[in-house]
Ligand binder design. Structure first.
Ligand code: NI
Length: 185
């Protein structure tokens, strides 16, 4: 089932999300629905707060980046209760977008290498290292479960310049070809 994606301005996107237990109700169904929702919106990542659930869960499928980085072909993962335990290297800039903020893209600087501990969909504990675009997508989604958006990483001046457009997104005055829920419409 395709779920509505929560738009910029909804308080759930600014909240630090909660860890979940293995018996979280209908978890498998929720994860399946999140994948369906992400693919329908042509996204490469989706975090639970973006579908209105303040829990520490996000999904990633970076296969659309395969052309730029062949190693991303099979980079599809479900992250439950993740912790980024290490971030290193010199910050690099990448143009980020977000399904909750349609039509806006900005360069964001982040470190290139991370080590992350998480549980997979079967609650097996995994530790993995990622770099480049894979790390970038994870950092962006990880921010979502911490209540942080990519617009929080840009300069105050740039944010001020975007204010009108962000307000319009909250009100639903935006062209988007997937289902959304707008906080001020
Ligand atoms: Ni996002």
């Amino acid at each position: 089932m395709i779920l509505p994606i929560v738009a910029y301005g909804d308080p759930v996107l600014k909240k630090e999300a909660e860890e979940i237990e293995e018996d979280y109700p209908f978890l498998k169904e929720l994860i399946d629905n999140m994948y369906e929702t992400m693919y329908n919106a042509e996204g490469v990542g989706l975090a639970a707060p973006q579908i209105g659930k303040s829990i520490r869960l996000f999904i990633v499928d970076a296969s659309p980046f395969e052309e730029d980085e062949p190693s991303l072909k099979d980079f599809k993962r479900t992250f439950i209760n993740p912790i980024i335990v290490e971030e290193e290297g010199e910050e690099w800039s990448f143009n980020e977008g977000c399904l909750s903020i349609p039509g806006i893209r900005e360069n964001v600087s982040r470190q290139p290498k991370i080590v992350i501990e998480y549980m997979d969909e079967n609650f097996n504990i995994v530790e993995e290292e990622f770099e480049g675009i894979a790390a970038r997508i994870i950092q962006h989604e990880y921010d979502h479960i911490e209540g942080i958006l990519f617009t929080d990483h840009i300069s105050p001046l740039k944010r001020r310049l975007l204010k009108g457009r962000l307000n319009n997104i909250s009100k639903g005055n935006v062209k988007v070809n997937y289902r959304m829920k707008f906080p001020k419409s």
